[in-house]
Design a protein around this ligand. Structure first.
Ligand SMILES: [Zn+2]
Length: 72
């Protein structure tokens, strides 16, 4: 994926997610930025483009990565 998340903290979390083997899918339309997907168990979480608190959004992503790192 070529598009970076506008918030550095969130972008860093998304990169960790990709390195862990999870899929980051940019949403071309809509107000959410994209989705983070765990292919093996089909779980996904929304990634907001303009989170009120980027730190919380990043934490949510990292928690998802921790939870699903064992799936991939
Ligand atoms: Zn999973």
């Amino acid at each position: 994926m070529g598009d970076r998340h506008p918030k550095a903290e969130v972008e860093a979390a998304l990169q960790k997610a990709e390195h862990a083997g999870l899929k980051v899918k940019k949403d071309p339309n809509g107000h959410r930025w994209g989705r983070l997907i765990c292919c093996p168990c089909a779980a996904e979480t929304k990634v907001w483009g303009t989170p009120k608190c980027p730190g919380t959004e990043a934490k949510k992503i990292l928690e998802f990565v921790r939870k699903h790192a064992k799936c991939v």
